[in-house]
Design a protein around this ligand. Structure first.
Ligand SMILES: [Zn+2]
Ligand SMILES: [Zn+2]
Length: 295
């Protein structure tokens, strides 16, 4: 499978020269499976980078319904194309995924109603922990994570490669570590993955840095928690995303070097293999070449 980021920003979109490398659009990633199926993770403003996609069938998997994860959907052109078959998956929340998406299109908010999105053929709600997809070659599992308003969903993709081995990718954003049993569940969910793309919105709790200061209860993680979890879970590569709008390119370049140091330190401390680290860059980045992860 190939994984490409289209939106890497948390909370709200940003623009300006200081965001050229690490991007300004809110959360969206795509998984292009070897079977030619395409899975889109979240519908932040980054989803507009997929407006010209040729696929007839598109699976849109929502981690949760906070605005920065759905605000691109009213501008996603395939959703209006009757010939498309867009299937949306979201966690059951009592109110209904459809109802929340419809609210974005209330006439006072947006001039086009939700039911004009004729490309959206179905909305599936599932319980956390359910396997939502399995075609024999690729399966997708889910996990409930600690996040305000009922939690967010992490997705784990497992695909059989041509050589019979498996490639595993986990998308685990909008998650606040609790340093208890819930974290053990996250480590278990990440276990042995080739790639984990994870929340790195804030500085760690013990950081004295004022920029991107950790906000208890706001539902986000940091590079130290991510590296510790990934090392315990023997993840091959850990990539941070969901950047604070205040995180400029200069800050994130410096964070990448701190991540590398931390990965070495934690590996030594735990007697484990050092996890490879990095930060997400979206496809539409203006200066650096786009980056896709091929597993
Ligand atoms: Zn978010
Ligand atoms: Zn959120």
């Amino acid at each position: 499978m190939r994984i490409t980021l289209f939106g890497t920003r948390g909370s709200r979109p940003v623009s300006g020269l200081q965001y050229n490398c690490y991007g300004g659009d809110t959360t969206c990633a795509a998984v292009f499976a070897d079977s030619q199926k395409t899975f889109i993770l979240d519908a932040g403003t980054g989803i507009c980078g997929l407006n010209q996609i040729g696929d007839k069938e598109l699976y849109l998997l929502l981690t949760h319904l906070h605005w920065d994860h759905i605000q691109g959907l009213p501008f996603f052109e395939p959703a209006y194309n009757t010939d498309k078959n867009v299937l949306i998956y979201g966690k059951a929340n009592g109110k209904g995924v459809k109802k929340v998406l419809e609210n974005q299109h209330e006439r006072m908010n947006f001039p086009v109603p939700f039911d004009a999105q004729k490309g959206i053929k179905d909305i599936f709600e599932f319980g956390p922990g359910e396997e939502i997809y399995d075609d024999g070659e690729l399966s997708i599992d889910t996990l409930l994570q600690n996040h305000p308003s009922g939690g967010s969903i992490a997705y784990r993709f497992r695909e059989r490669r041509a050589n019979g081995e498996y490639a595993t990718f986990v998308f685990s954003t909008d998650y606040e570590p609790e340093h208890n049993w819930l974290d053990d569940k996250v480590a278990e969910f990440w276990n042995g993955a080739d790639l984990v793309i994870a929340d790195m919105q804030y500085e760690p709790q013990d950081s004295e840095r004022e920029e991107n200061k950790y906000k208890p209860g706001w539902g986000h993680s940091d590079y130290k928690s991510g590296i510790r979890l990934a090392t315990v879970a023997e993840v091959k590569k850990l990539v941070g995303t969901h950047f604070n709008p205040l995180s400029t390119d200069n800050y994130l370049v410096e964070l990448e070097s701190r991540m590398k140091e931390e990965a070495g330190r934690v590996a030594e401390q735990l007697g484990k293999t050092e996890v490879e680290t990095g930060l997400a860059q979206p496809l539409q980045t203006h200066i650096l070449p786009s980056e896709s992860y091929v597993l």
